[in-house]
Design a binder for this molecule. Structure first.
Ligand code: NDP
Length: 449
């Protein structure tokens, strides 16, 4: 374990003893607590108020049964989750993941990360996360709707525009948000901004769909600028081909990069001429097909089965945008050996702790997820503002606000890293800057939570 400070070590060990099976959650906590060593050493009030002991425990964890009927009339049972982690600076906010791998550890790691990410945006949003082990892959529209309605038939009791505002994540896109929103509206008989990622024209914000991927590239651009560099002429590899990956491709290409590889859980495609994000959008959003369908559009491209092979493709910029722990030490070493110059996390915690350490030891600028992919939740925050005002900003207005937010996040993470005596370490900077905002709000509010 990398944590040396006695107080932090004690909190971590207690947490690990209480949750021995929650490895993703413990991984996320270890990373944050390691960064906080200089903070607790210079801020005895944080120890006195037991902020660390409190911040690692969710304020509330909701676990429930979700029954739905498939197209054959057979009853199916899944588990539903909502972890309301911290509301010190605003209503809980965070996405809903629908994936068979979902369990309490994954929900808690995502909810924990979300606390600091949301604080970094500068908007008043607490941290939460939810979802289910339901697998949307291969399900009919009717089955998806049936599941989403059943999920919301319980979740509605726990959320609200000023209480907890869920959004999309893996497996939850505009279609699923629509079915959930419809059910919430039926039960509550109210039209509020209780979910974000809504359809444009029905309370959704322009540029929300693009926001996470664009934000990742805006953040990367700040890192490039700090090094006197730019996207121009850079070869980019992006894992995944979902919401984040697709729009990261569009923006990286617009900024002058060339995206040569993308993936899904079946394997990766390689196209040395650059992958057109519009083809990916059609394959994934319209056809809901597998990534190798790209070869029907571009026969000169190649497809390689397997999840980790994409990291052996030579590139200047690596943007992991698929899922947690997709880059382990071996993949990190392959990227470093191939001369990668920048690594920026689009997905949540896509790099294992030893992979991150390897990039940092090799002097490669590293953009951590909670800063780099905060553009999605920031734009969800802008959707909430527009809903409250009963008003819509234009695409350009939202995009300009997103760009400014990403620049500000970069600046505050870079500044906090310097103040912590680790200039350029954006992992430390993002953790410290996000944490301090929440910690100060918790101290101010006493021990109610
Ligand atoms: P999507 O469901 O839209 O896409 C996920 C993509 O990742 C799919 O292409 C999926 O392929 C692929 N994938 C999953 N597992 C693997 C794997 N082991 N190897 C390769 N590819 C894989 O999700 P999002 O794009 O919304 O989310 C991606 C990541 O970004 C997640 O970590 C999420 O938490 C994070 N994030 C998302 C935000 C958002 O606004 N959407 C905001 C901030 C973070 P397949 O279809 O085969 O499963």
């Amino acid at each position: 374990m990398a944590i040396k400070n006695e107080y932090l070590k004690g909190v971590y060990e207690g947490l690990a003893a209480r949750n021995p099976e929650q490895k993703e959650f413990l991984q996320a906590v270890e990373e944050v607590l390691t960064s906080l060593e200089p903070v607790v050493e210079r801020r005895p009030d944080i120890v006195k108020h037991k902020i660390i002991d409190r911040i690692v425990e969710p304020e509330r964890t909701i676990l429930f049964r979700v029954c739905w009927t498939d197209d054959n009339g057979v009853v199916q049972v899944n588990r539903g989750y909502r972890v309301q982690f911290n509301s010190a600076i605003g209503p809980y906010k965070g996405g809903l993941r629908l994936h068979p791998s979902v369990n309490l550890s994954i929900m808690k790691f995502l909810g924990f990360e979300q606390i600091f990410k949301n604080a970094l945006t500068g908007l008043p949003m607490g941290g939460g996360k939810g979802g289910s082990d339901f697998d949307p892959k291969g399900k009919s529209d009717g089955e998806i709707m049936c599941f989403c309605q059943s999920y919301m038939a319980e979740l509605y009791r726990h959320i609200g525009a000023d209480v907890d505002v869920p959004a999309g994540d893996i497996g939850t896109g505009a279609r699923e948000i629509g079915y959930m929103f419809g059910m919430y509206r039926k039960i509550r008989n109210e039209y509020t901004g209780v979910l974000t990622g809504k359809k444009v024209g029905a309370g959704g914000s322009l540029a929300r769909t693009e926001a996470t991927g664009y934000g990742v590239c805006y953040f990367t651009n700040e890192m490039l600028k700090a090094a006197g560099d730019s996207f121009e002429g850079k070869t980019v590899v992006i894992s995944g081909s979902g919401n984040v990956a697709t729009y990261a491709n569009q923006k990286a290409t617009q900024l002058g990069g060339k995206v040569v590889a993308m993936s899904d859980s079946s394997g990766y495609i390689y196209d040395p001429n650059g992958i057109d994000y519009k083809i990916i959008k059609e394959i994934k959003e319209v056809k809901r097909a597998r990534i190798n369908t790209y070869l029907d559009y571009v026969p000169t491209a190649t497809f390689t089965p397997g999840c980790s092979g994409i990291w052996t493709v030579k590139c200047d910029i690596a943007l992991p945008c698929a899922t947690q722990n997709e880059i382990n030490l071996e993949s990190a070493q392959a990227l470093i050996a191939n001369g990668v110059q920048y690594v920026v996390e689009g997905a949540n915690m896509p790099c294992t702790l030893d992979a991150t350490a390897a990039f940092q030891a090799a002097g490669i600028p590293f953009g951590p997820a909670k800063a780099a992919n905060a553009g999605g939740v920031a734009t969800s925050g802008l959707e909430m503002s527009q809903n409250s005002m009963r008003y819509n900003w234009t695409f350009e207005e939202v995009d300009a606000k997103l760009l400014q937010i990403m620049k500000d996040i970069y600046a505050s993470a870079a500044k906090a890293a310097e103040e912590a005596g680790q200039p350029g370490n954006l992992v430390v900077g993002a953790n410290v800057a996000g944490f301090l905002k929440v910690a100060d709000a918790m101290i101010w509010q006493g021990y109610a939570f």
